[in-house]
Design a protein around this ligand. Structure first.
Ligand SMILES: Nc1nc2c(ncn2[C@@H]2O[C@H](COP(=O)(O)OP(=O)(O)OP(=O)(O)O)[C@@H](O)[C@H]2O)c(=O)[nH]1
Ligand SMILES: [Mg+2]
Length: 492
């Protein structure tokens, strides 16, 4: 699609800013680290654990600068943007470490700056500044809307809502839509009713039983400060693509609001956060999708396909910084790997690789380094082998969060008792999970909880681990490998 006038202005603005930032970067080396992920993927926990580990000299043997004892200290520092709230690091740490509860879902964008004082391999004292941004994952799925018209988005959304398992969840909204005449005069009460029913449909799709991922517009699920505004009061209509809407019609009003949504909510978010990243980690919670079933896995895959097509990747040279800033390293991470025995971690990585293969190829072609890892920013479990009927099962041990239950509800956990859980085993061949028509695995979408092939219980955060040297630290899985890939080369 040819760039529109507002796209051109946007690009000029970005280019001007990146020249300034490039100059600042030479004087005061800074990495803008993008933590990307859909809602509940594990962004807030990842940032908290990463910063906690760096500030308190966590156990990161694979992170070379720390292992070689060249990190003098890491400290929090005032963030660059005065108008963005600060990431509530202290409260998140308190929740995780003292109360042993997970942080709440993120409702607003926030920012944190960390400065690492270190000794270079040549012996010189240096500083590296790291800026991270946290935001509600729902907003991420708005990026693909930027180059879609209202009509194209409507058509796609309607088509998707005809598929299983969405169709029954969309029934009320679709019944209301069927009563509307898009060419009739605009009516605010109709717009309000449509937006409400459409939002209820999106909310229903998100239920853990269905775990659908592709649910834009993101602010319908997490409105931030736009709740109730006209820019959020629209819904898809059954209208043809490439035709002009009659003046004063419901269609014209919906289309105008869809464009307003992009101008007010999506473009500023993209401009202020996504278009300026040096390094990216993309966090993906594949386990919630396995829990729900093959439809959820396919939906997650298509959500990422449309999303990753929007990313800019490639080497950061002066020229590319001038033209457009790019991320030159991207790490795809399957989060919450502590829900699986380590025997399944390679398989989880293979599944993730399969899910984002197109993005990996494109990033490689553009000159960016790409890697894939299965990690747990906070490891809430230990491993155990359990023998049952002469068979050895790879189990995990952990304290389920209060209110979690066994598949058949015969036991509701109290948040204090440790249990052994067999989460299921991932297939050797990732295609078994993706190929339509292949023997499908069973998830919550299709069967009752006691018949599913995978079962991932939500565990409470773990107590501190004490190392040989007596220093307490939060346990993790491969968080140090992620850190080494993302910033290790900047600390040599
Ligand atoms: N066991 C385990 N659970 C995790 C881990 N990371 C995240 N979780 C679980 O996943 C949930 C979501 O994690 P968050 O970090 O809040 O996810 P988020 O990406 O910030 O989500 P939004 O703020 O909604 O966009 C947590 O409440 C935990 O239940 C992990 O490393 N291990
Ligand atoms: Mg969050």
């Amino acid at each position: 699609m040819a760039p529109t006038f507002s796209d051109l202005i946007e690009q000029t603005r970005l280019a001007a800013r990146s020249v300034v930032e490039y100059g600042e970067g030479l004087l005061n080396p800074t990495v803008r680290l993008g933590i990307t992920g859909l809602s509940r993927a594990g962004k807030t926990v990842f940032i908290t654990a990463l910063v906690h580990g760096l500030v308190r000299n966590g156990r990161f043997p694979v992170f070379e600068a720390l292992a070689e004892e060249r990190v003098v200290r890491a400290r929090l520092s005032p963030q660059p943007d005065d108008a963005v709230p600060r990431f509530d690091y202290e409260n998140h740490v308190r929740a995780l470490v003292t109360d042993r509860v997970w942080p709440e879902s993120t409702r607003q964008i926030s920012e944190l700056r960390l400065v690492i004082e270190y000794q270079s391999r040549s012996g010189a004292m240096r500083e590296l500044t790291i800026d991270v941004v946290d935001y509600p994952g729902e907003w991420l799925l708005d990026l693909p809307l930027l180059d879609k018209s209202f009509e194209a988005w409507s058509a796609e959304t309607l088509e998707l809502s005809d598929e299983r398992p969405r169709a029954p969840l969309a029934a009320s909204w679709r019944a209301h839509l069927a009563t509307l005449n898009a060419n009739a005069p605009a009516d605010e009460s109709v717009a309000i009713a449509s937006a409400r029913l459409f939002t209820e449909y999106l909310q229903a799709c998100r239920n853990e039983r269905y775990a659908m991922s592709l649910l834009p517009p993101g602010r319908f699920l997490m409105p931030g400060d736009l709740a109730g505004s006209p820019a959020l009061t629209f819904a898809p209509l059954d209208v043809p693509v490439g035709v002009e809407a009659p003046d004063g019609s419901l269609w014209a009003m919906m289309r105008r609001r869809f464009e307003a949504y992009k101008d007010v909510a999506v473009r500023p978010f993209f401009r202020d956060h996504f278009a300026r990243l040096d390094r990216q980690i993309v966090l993906i919670d594949a386990l919630a999708a396995f829990n729900a079933g093959p439809e959820a896995v396919r939906d997650l895959e298509s959500a990422f396909r449309s999303l990753l097509d929007c990313f800019e990747v490639g080497r950061r040279t002066f020229l590319s910084a001038l033209l457009r800033p790019r991320a030159d390293r991207i790490l795809f991470a399957a989060t919450k790997a502590d829900h699986l025995h380590h025997a399944s971690h390679d398989r989880l990585e293979a599944i993730l690789r399969r899910m984002v293969d197109r993005a990996i190829t494109r990033a490689g072609v553009a000159g960016a380094q790409v890697d894939v890892v299965a990690l747990a920013a906070v490891r809430a479990t230990r491993e155990a082998e359990v023998r049952r009927n002469g068979e050895t099962l790879h189990c995990i041990l952990g304290v389920p969060a209060p209110g979690e239950h066994t598949g058949s509800f015969e036991k509701i956990f109290d948040g204090k008792t440790e249990v052994a859980v067999f989460p299921g085993e991932l297939p050797d061949n990732p295609d078994d999970l993706f190929v339509r028509g292949a023997a499908p695995f069973r998830g919550l979408t299709a069967v009752d909880a006691e018949e599913t092939d995978f079962r991932f219980v939500r565990f409470r955060p773990p107590p501190f681990e004490t190392a040989g040297d007596g220093a307490p630290a939060l346990p993790h899985i491969r968080l140090d490998r992620a850190l080494q890939f993302l910033i290790g080369d900047r600390l040599t």
